[in-house]
Ligand binder design. Structure first.
Ligand SMILES: Nc1ncnc2c1ncn2[C@@H]1O[C@H](COP(=O)(O)OP(=O)(O)OP(=O)(O)O)[C@@H](O)[C@H]1O
Ligand SMILES: [Mg+2]
Length: 271
């Protein structure tokens, strides 16, 4: 895998993110989400160990790391699929108390899954409607987004009446994101949204993710192995390895960081 080396060699005219926030204060409502000291062990081995990170309202944060680094487990802890052994999650200033997926969704966390989970026999529109209807009484007063607006934001209008299961993989991934948006979330967690997409599709996806941030004012945390995609879409990046965050910072700094290059390439970076 030499994608990182390739990225490190790219010309530095790439316009990086404007600013980085200082360490978040739990309880600060400008923070969409603040995670402090989250840990989870499976069979005595840490899958996630003492992870702290934050994502502001209207910010896209990337989460990368090699296979088995603990990225999906971290998303499962944040979204209530798993209960942490220790640590806290604050959402818009309020602590989520080791909740279920339903209570996390009610609080304003929506996610997509690494393995797509759509109603394959329902149309694209119906998939989004189901999410919206089932969450209707559960959104704590948050605004209901218009389904047509969601469809056009994710470039799904032309396939709205097609059955989700008949769509190519990359399109199904976009339907998953649309369904997450139907929950009117404060924070959207995307687990490998660009997987299975070609270069053109993942370029378009960058625009869609940034539109989610800008139009819906969400914080977005996105995992992906497509480093070109993640470096371009994210304002800040956290790098996980063996359950821990080993590096965090601006994409430009992360992609030149020796520890990151070592983790990805299995050798010391050449000076
Ligand atoms: N339910 C589980 N039971 C036992 N071990 C698990 C469970 N879920 C994850 N693990 C282990 O936890 C570690 C982290 O896995 P995780 O799926 O979070 O990694 P990841 O960073 O998402 O990897 P990938 O990039 O391959 O998706 C791995 O060693 C994995 O085998
Ligand atoms: Mg994963």
């Amino acid at each position: 895998m030499n994608a990182l080396a390739d990225l490190a060699e790219r010309p530095t005219d790439w316009a990086g993110p404007a600013s980085v926030s200082s360490k978040a204060e739990a309880g600060d409502e400008s923070e969409a989400i603040v995670i402090e000291g989250l840990s989870k062990k499976f069979g005595g081995v840490y899958a996630v160990q003492n992870v702290s990170l934050h994502c502001r309202v209207g910010e896209v944060v990337g989460l990368i790391g090699p296979n088995g680094a603990g990225k999906t487990t971290l998303m499962n802890l944040i979204s209530g699929v798993l209960t942490p052994d220790s640590g806290t999650v604050h959402l818009s200033g309020k602590q989520l108390s080791g909740g279920s997926p339903e209570s996390c969704a009610r609080g304003g966390i929506a996610r997509t899954f690494q393995n797509i989970r759509l109603f394959k026999r329902l149309t694209v529109r119906q998939n989004i409607e189901v999410a919206q209807v089932t969450s209707k009484n559960n959104r704590d007063g948050r605004k209901v987004h218009d389904i047509d607006e969601i469809l056009s934001l994710l470039d799904l209008h032309s396939m709205a009446e097609l059955k989700a299961g008949t769509l190519p993989y990359g399109h199904q991934r976009r339907v998953e994101i649309a369904r997450a948006l139907a929950l009117s979330p404060h924070v959207v967690l995307l687990d490998e949204p660009a997987a299975g997409m070609n270069e053109q599709e993942s370029k378009v996806l960058i625009g869609s993710v940034q539109a989610i941030r800008d139009r819906f004012g969400c914080g977005v945390i996105v995992i992906d192995h497509d480093l070109r995609f993640i470096m371009e879409v994210s304002e800040r990046i956290y790098v996980m390895h063996l359950g821990e965050v080993i590096v965090s910072g601006l994409p430009h700094d992360v992609r030149h960081d020796e520890r990151v290059i070592e983790v990805y390439l299995g050798r010391k970076a050449s000076k």
